[in-house]
Design a protein around this ligand. Structure first.
Ligand SMILES: [Zn+2]
Length: 67
């Protein structure tokens, strides 16, 4: 019985086997670098979405003209 065997997870960025321990501050990533890469990819996706705010602004402008 080895109750303290750390759980092994796969780094989402580079697919390296990572021990899920309290000492690993970057889990489930293998390193800070992989964590930042993943966060960066996520942020890029958010920014790559074309903004529809211009169209919305035009529509709301028409509604505003209710004089
Ligand atoms: Zn990694």
């Amino acid at each position: 019985m080895t109750e303290n065997t750390p759980r092994i997870v796969t780094c989402p960025t580079c697919a390296t086997a990572v021990k899920w321990t309290s000492g690993n501050a970057y889990r489930p990533f293998c390193s800070e670098r992989c964590k930042l890469i993943d966060l960066g990819a996520w942020a890029d996706e958010q920014h790559s979405i074309p903004g529809d705010s211009v169209e919305e602004d035009m529509l709301s402008g028409q509604l505003d003209n209710s004089d």
